[in-house]
Design a protein around this ligand. Structure first.
Ligand SMILES: Cc1cc2nc3c(=O)[nH]c(=O)nc-3n(C[C@H](O)[C@H](O)[C@H](O)COP(=O)(O)OP(=O)(O)OC[C@H]3O[C@@H](n4cnc5c(N)ncnc54)[C@H](O)[C@@H]3O)c2cc1C
Length: 365
């Protein structure tokens, strides 16, 4: 996104050999993660979520496929694991985040997640062989996509009903704080919808461990719940390259200025997407709106300006609500979200966006 905007706006400088834009990615495939939710219910397959990275990049952007070992600030280079050094005048870090199921004892052995492609496909198979019982969805924080756990829970209830397992099953949802979601208006909305769909809820439930033999999860608060199928949204961490580069905090999140998106104490390093330590939703839309600001500032600075565009905290998320309906939330640093009434139209729009994403990634939209 940033690189395509730079390539478009700085084409003359690139053609004159004054500017060079390089994207480093460990894979040559671009993956659209929101489809993992649908893969878990067998409503999407990996091919739907994959495109060659080159196909979404401007031809004026150089792609280096490889693993970034470390950012060496004193030399202004990114050191690759094959020993290659990639120099930079400006660096944009958008390394994302990863779920850390290993941080909850017993979870890897006893539960499922759907936040990676591989795990979503395993969960799909577990759901397809589920004969009914207690399906427990347990949420830990921080995690990316603030609303995916709610979407999964509501879609799971629908899915069980559609397969004739609704009567024999109980969907259970746990959340670590004293309400159903960290965004209060979303929690209030879920407070009405979940009981109406017969979803059992437990708040102040910080999962401490999973016992795969007994099929139970226990919280730090001392509550134990039994499960037949466990789906966890484990806490997330920033990527290991951030740790190796000593750029992050204990969770590998990079301290970032909330408006300029510059790394604290680094004038020529910008951070966007899940990699920041900003207390806002880690979502693709966040990365998208942040990318506009970072690109504008880089273009402006390269042309001699001060790079004073500011990010206002804007986030936009669709929320699948089951019953073939969806709603959405939009908010920023100053304005809290107000969930709208769900409708079939918004659900269809979300499905359409899952296809339009590729135009957005390529900078066409
Ligand atoms: C199930 C699910 C549903 C979601 N639904 C939504 C939704 O509906 N709406 C929404 O807005 N968001 C949603 N999201 C969240 C969204 O996908 C992420 O917030 C978004 O992808 C973050 O973008 P990013 O650029 O920060 O990181 P990423 O998209 O994760 O990109 C990071 C890139 O950095 C690369 N990388 C990392 N480390 C290295 C290294 N050392 N060397 C080289 N390359 C490296 C990775 O390979 C990756 O390509 C969802 C996520 C999941 C998992």
């Amino acid at each position: 996104m940033v690189s395509n905007q730079l390539a478009r706006q700085l084409k003359a400088e690139i053609l004159r050999g004054e500017v060079e834009i390089t994207v480093i990615n460990e894979s040559d495939t671009h993956v659209y993660q929101p489809l993992f939710l649908y893969m878990a219910f067998d409503q999407a397959v990996p091919e739907d979520a994959h495109r060659p990275e080159k196909s979404v990049l401007s031809r004026h952007v150089k792609l280096v496929v490889g693993n970034a070992e470390r950012v060496e600030r004193e030399k202004s280079v990114v050191l690759m694991s094959d020993g290659q050094e990639i120099p930079y005048d400006y660096l944009v870090i958008a390394t994302g985040s990863r779920p850390a199921p290993e941080s909850i004892p017993g979870l890897v052995e006893g539960g499922h997640i759907f936040y990676t492609e591989e795990s979503a496909l395993k969960l799909r198979d577990a759901l397809l062989s589920f004969k009914g019982g207690r399906l427990v969805v347990t949420v830990a924080v921080p995690h990316k996509c603030p609303v995916a756990p709610l979407e999964f829970t509501l879609m799971a209830q629908d899915w069980l009903n559609a397969r004739g397992l609704g009567e024999k099953s109980q969907v259970v949802y746990t959340y670590p704080i004293g309400r159903l979601h960290s965004l209060e208006p979303v929690a209030n909305w879920a407070n009405e919808v979940f009981p109406a769909r017969n979803i059992e809820t437990h708040t102040f439930f910080n999962v401490e461990n999973v016992d795969p033999e007994e099929k139970t999860i226990t919280s730090m608060e001392g509550e134990t719940l039994s499960y037949d199928l466990l789906v966890a949204i484990p806490p997330h961490m920033g990527q290991d390259v951030i740790h190796r580069s000593e750029l992050g905090d204990a969770g590998n999140w990079i301290p970032t200025n909330r408006h300029s998106l510059q790394m604290d104490g680094a004038d020529n390093i910008y951070v966007l997407g899940d990699a920041t330590n900003l207390p806002i939703s880690k979502a693709g839309s966040t990365a998208h709106f942040e990318a506009d600001v970072v690109a504008a500032n880089l273009i402006n600075r390269i042309r001699g300006g001060r790079g004073s565009a500011r990010y206002d905290g804007k986030v936009f998320c669709f929320i699948e609500t089951g019953h073939d309906q969806a709603t959405y939330i939009k908010f920023d640093y100053e304005h809290p979200p107000k969930p709208q009434a769900p409708s079939e139209m918004i659900h269809l729009y979300k499905l359409a966006f899952n296809k339009m994403y590729w135009l957005s990634a390529a900078g066409v939209l």
